[in-house]
Ligand binder design. Structure first.
Ligand SMILES: Nc1nc2c(c(=O)[nH]1)N[C@H]1C(S)=C(S)[C@@H](COP(=O)(O)OP(=O)(O)OC[C@H]3O[C@@H](n4cnc5c(=O)[nH]c(N)nc54)[C@H](O)[C@@H]3O)O[C@H]1N2
Ligand SMILES: Nc1nc2c(c(=O)[nH]1)N[C@H]1C(S)=C(S)[C@@H](COP(=O)(O)OP(=O)(O)OC[C@H]3O[C@@H](n4cnc5c(=O)[nH]c(N)nc54)[C@H](O)[C@@H]3O)O[C@H]1N2
Ligand code: SF4
Ligand SMILES: [Mo]
Length: 764
């Protein structure tokens, strides 16, 4: 799509889109402006020669140009003055101020007094992802919070326990599958999650065209369900009962066939009594599905030669999220579909995958609960505490109270339950620093904001999503516009530099430390650990200069396809990956058990004790009365990306999207008509939303998207403020969590509905 037409010569660049997990390869054309020679983006399209995404893109990818040009996007550090206004300052001034304030607060109150919170975009930015852990280590605080606890933590934990590493998450091998059962995910809109699958729709269509079948289990007949063969409208929160009922059926009907995995399993005998306790007849009412459907789903999964059961955020953000995540894998294993073509398989990434390093087939496994949060005693998982505990850790006086906060790429005032309480708590901080491109609902509370470069000024390699991809690949993207790395120190800063400078400040080295020397030192320490006597020789071979590129070269060379520093001359190096800007295809997914395992037993742990210990609570929940109130669930929409892309006119235009979806019967009962404003409330709060009547909703369930509510004073999001929407998270309870993983309950929350007393405004 050409955005501007001129006859000037175009330059083509290939860039992985950093906006969502699909990681599409884009072709971005630029040309020099006639009057001043400044290069500008003239077109963005999907790169058809990308071996991984094959030309796919969505409207958000095109909006990278708009993000780059957004006048509200910060280009300089900002300081909040006493009157609340933000003023631009230089990087030197910003770091001097941080050096003056942050170490003194740590000194006065101890390391836990500094909280650190990290959000979703960090996993899409190699600089943030690689240099954040260094800052966290330097701070030595237990108070690290992440958006993972609003998302995938349950899956990472169940996989950690079962396979021995947090990122050993198997993904559907759709191209070879006969049956895909999707639970609580809408990849037709989200473009996949914990499953990097650009063009899910195209792949699903191709699979069905060759006779494959797709079944979707979701309280709403979603876009994914509409393009599937079957849809079952489960009761929100009912998944644990469906999955246990399916487990029961497998044992009851003698359908357990783990096949070649049998010799790699530990704990199979422990599952039989679990299964016995949950007959489908008992599970059916809580699941909101019939006994026949539950049994049939188990039979279908068992009978299909190549099938996968895949669950995502709808199954994670529930009271029994970790149990759900575990049972999904258990069902795949017992029916012989894990690690076999067409089933759920483990990708093998070229770099950074811990499950390709060290001793193959055995390891230390994962540990949780090495620390606990101070107020609610929530256990640390993956080194992180539930972000829903952040407000109370700031508010509650005593040893370990948070006095200073660093937020990195997150907007918890909108993305977490009860953001109103968090916003109040943030006002009480002695010092708040945010790494973010916007003055938004969260960063408006910061004393200082340090902005990233635009994605087009940054290079990229996918550290995380190559570990979750439908096909193995290695892709490098160079910067499209003059890179921040080469900018003068007074201008743009790549975020790895910002993080390394903060780390140096925390380590007492002041605001002017020599970053090159610090990076060399850290790399040498790592090489001494991994390469021993060869450390110096390896260091001399590494390519990429200071910063994450050199670490990437190390990871590629020592990774499973690497050149092993010359021992395997045909292997990958950074230079080889860079020389293939469209990417290198590393083939379809291959079986990896037992090699992928890193559990202490060297087997798949089918019955993690902490999960078995939770089952009596599930059993008790079978008896609970069904809540007669309406249950609120969320949804995603193609032109939206959590809370932060509503300021781009190209995405913001069009019909109102923050609407309340409601089944016609429920609307009639509440006396509501389409387009009318409804008040949705519960003990936590109430919000006003425009009614959209939809047959796609399960009766008794209503849906609002998350990430909206851009009408808070002090933010600078001029476009978003014109269509602010409402924040559904104001209705969620910050104390309602899956106690195992610390993940918030974001779905199935009881609400009351009434016609609003006010007339709709132009904004709603
Ligand atoms: N009710 C409900 N709530 C939900 C969800 C839900 O399904 N329902 N989903 C949850 C999920 S899955 C997630 S992942 C969380 C997300 O939670 P968050 O990560 O807190 O939210 P985002 O909206 O993704 O905010 C990203 C922030 O990063 C900033 N940013 C963007 N690019 C960069 C960059 O390059 N560098 C830096 N430093 N900052 C950048 C943006 O301006 C924004 O402030 O929300 C969760 N909240
Ligand atoms: N366009 C767009 N794409 C995105 C994002 C975005 O905000 N916008 N966010 C990105 C992020 S951070 C993530 S984590 C991924 C998430 O990717 P997905 O997991 O695919 O996300 P959703 O579209 O929210 O799908 C969750 C589904 O669960 C259903 N659901 C709700 N409650 C229940 C329940 O109790 N049981 C069952 N079985 N289903 C339930 C919802 O109706 C919804 O259809 O998407 C990513 N992609
Ligand atoms: S689906 Fe859209 S937002 Fe996601 S990576 Fe592809 S182009 Fe970017
Ligand atoms: Mo997410």
């Amino acid at each position: 799509m050409a955005l501007v037409h001129t006859d000037a010569p175009h330059e083509a660049h290939y860039r992985i889109c950093p906006l969502c997990e699909a990681a599409c390869g884009l072709e971005i054309r630029t040309e020099a402006r006639a009057h001043d020679g400044v290069r500008q983006v003239v077109s963005i399209r999907g790169d058809e020669q990308d071996p991984f995404s094959q030309g796919y893109l969505c409207p958000k990818g095109v909006a990278l140009k708009d993000l780059h040009e957004d006048p509200d996007r910060l280009r300089q550090p900002m300081r909040r003055e006493a009157d609340g206004r933000f003023v631009p300052i230089s990087w030197a001034q910003a770091f001097e101020e941080i050096d003056r304030r942050l170490p003194a607060l740590r000194q006065a109150h101890g390391p836990d007094a500094v909280g650190l919170s990290i959000g979703n975009p960090a996993s899409h930015k190699i600089g943030l992802f690689s240099y954040f852990p260094g800052l966290a280590r330097a701070l030595g605080t237990r108070n690290i919070f992440s958006a993972s606890t609003l998302d995938q933590m349950p899956k990472q934990l169940s996989c950690g326990w079962m396979y021995g590493h947090w990122l050993s998450v198997p993904v559907p091998d759709l191209p070879r599958s006969d049956l895909l059962i999707i639970l609580g995910a809408n990849p037709a809109v989200s473009n996949g999650s914990l499953w990097t699958v650009p063009d899910y729709r195209g792949k699903a269509k191709a699979m069905r065209a060759r006779g494959g079948r797709i079944i979707v289990i979701d309280p709403r007949r979603t876009e994914t369900a509409q393009a599937a063969d079957e849809h079952h409208a489960i009761r929100p929160g009912g998944d644990v009962f469906l999955l246990l009922g399916m487990l029961h059926t497998l044992f009851d009907e003698d359908l357990v066939r783990p096949g070649r995995l049998t010799e790699h399993l530990q704990g199979l005998d422990d599952l039989r009594p679990v299964a016995e306790a949950f007959p489908p007849s008992l599970c059916a009412p809580q699941a909101g599905l019939s006994e026949a459907v539950i049994r049939q789903l188990a039979r279908d999964l068992a009978a299909a030669p190549r099938a996968a059961l895949y669950g995502r955020i709808g199954t994670c953000t529930q009271r029994f999220g970790t149990i759900n995540s575990w049972l999904i894998d258990v069902l795949n294993i017992l029916t012989g579909h894990l690690d076999s073509p067409g089933g759920l398989m483990f990708p093998k990434a070229a770099a950074f995958a811990a499950n390709t390093l060290g001793r193959s087939g055995q390891g230390k496994g994962v540990t949780i609960g090495r620390r606990h949060s101070r107020v609610s005693r929530a256990p640390e998982v993956m080194g992180e505490l539930p972000i829903s505990c952040l407000a109370e850790e700031i508010e509650t006086p005593g040893d370990g109270q948070i006095h200073a906060l660093i937020t990195v790429a997150c907007n918890p005032v909108l993305s977490s339950p009860n953001g109103a309480r968090l916003a109040r708590a943030l006002e009480g901080l002695d010092f708040m620093l945010s790494l973010d491109p916007y003055i938004n609902e969260t960063t408006r509370h910061a004393h200082l904001i340090l902005p990233p470069p635009s994605p087009l000024e940054d290079w990229h390699y996918d550290q995380v999503f190559a570990q979750l991809s439908w096909r193995n690949h290695a892709r490098w993207s160079g910067p499209v516009l003059p890179p921040a790395d080469e900018a003068a120190a007074t201008e743009r800063q790549p975020e790895w530099k910002t993080l390394l400078r903060l780390t140096a400040i925390v380590n007492g080295l002041g605001p002017d430390a020599d970053l090159q020397a610090l990076d060399d030192q850290a790399l040498m320490t790592e090489l001494r650990r991994s390469a021993g006597d060869h450390a110096e020789a390896c260091m001399a071979m590494l390519d990429g200069g200071v910063g994450p590129a050199r670490w990437l070269d190390l990871a590629l060379r020592s990774g499973p396809y690497g050149d092993r520093f010359g021992q395997k001359p045909d292997g990958l190096t950074l230079a080889k990956v860079r020389a293939a800007p469209r990417g290198i295809d590393l083939g379809e997914l291959k079986s990896r058990i037992p090699e992928v395992l890193r559990t202490p037993s060297g087997r798949i742990e089918l019955a993690p004790p902490a999960l078995l210990a939770e089952l009596p609570t599930v059993k008790a929940a079978l008896q609970r009365p069904l809540n007669p109130e309406l249950l609120l669930i969320g949804r995603r929409e193609t032109r939206s990306n959590n809370s932060w892309m509503h300021n781009l006119p190209v995405l913001a235009k069009g019909k109102e999207r923050c609407t309340l979806l409601i089944h016609p019967d429920d609307a009639a009962r509440a006396g509501l008509a389409a387009g009318q404003m409804a008040r949705l409330g519960n003990a936590r709060g109430s919000v006003l939303a425009q009614v959209e009547i939809s047959e796609a909703m399960r009766p008794g369930v209503v849906s609002l998207p998350h990430g909206w509510g851009h009408d808070l004073a002090g933010a600078r999001l001029q476009v978003a403020a014109q269509h602010p929407g409402v924040n559904m998270n104001l209705l969620l309870d910050e104390d309602d969590r899956d106690p195992v993983s610390g993940t918030s309950v974001l779905s199935g929350v009881p609400v009351r509905l009434s016609a609003a007393e006010t007339a709709p405004t132009a904004n709603h």
